[in-house]
Design a protein. Structure first.
Length: 116
C-alpha cells in the first residue's frame, strides 16, 4: 500500500522535462487549505490589503470595508485564529497587523490575476 503521508520528493516527467516535485504531507496541505478557505472572502482580502501597508484598529478597518465593527471584528478573529493576523494593545486601542510573512506574495498573485 502506498504511503499517503510521504514527505519524500518525487521525480516526474512533464513533457520532455524531468522535474523534482517537493511532496507535502497531507496534514500540512490540510492546514494550508483551511487558511486559504479563511482568506477566501472579499472583505477578508480587503482587510489583508490594508494590513499589508500599515496597522489599523477595528473601527478603521470597518470604515474602509463598509461593514459594521462587529462584522470586521469577526473577520479579524477568524484570520487571527489561522495565524494570518496578530493584534497589539496600546492603551484602550487594539491594532491589527499581518503576522504571516508570506501573505504579501499571496496577495500579489491574487491581485495580478484578478485586478483589471
Amino acid at each position: 500500500m502506498p504511503d499517503t503521508n510521504s514527505t519524500r520528493n518525487k521525480s516526474v516527467e512533464i513533457g520532455s522535462r524531468r522535474r523534482v516535485l517537493k511532496a507535502f504531507d497531507l496534514e500540512a496541505l490540510g492546514q494550508a487549505a483551511e487558511c486559504l478557505r479563511t482568506l477566501a472572502h472579499p472583505v477578508r482580502l480587503r482587510i489583508a490589503q490594508l494590513l499589508l501597508h500599515d496597522r489599523y484598529t477595528v473601527g478603521e478597518i470597518a470604515a474602509d470595508c463598509g461593514v459594521a465593527e462587529n462584522v470586521a471584528s469577526e473577520h479579524l478573529r477568524l484570520m487571527q485564529r489561522c495565524g494570518i493576523f496578530a493584534s497589539d494593545r496600546e492603551g484602550r486601542r487594539v491594532y491589527y497587523r499581518v503576522a504571516e510573512p508570506h501573505l504579501g506574495r499571496l496577495l500579489d498573485c491574487i491581485e495580478a490575476r484578478f485586478q483589471t
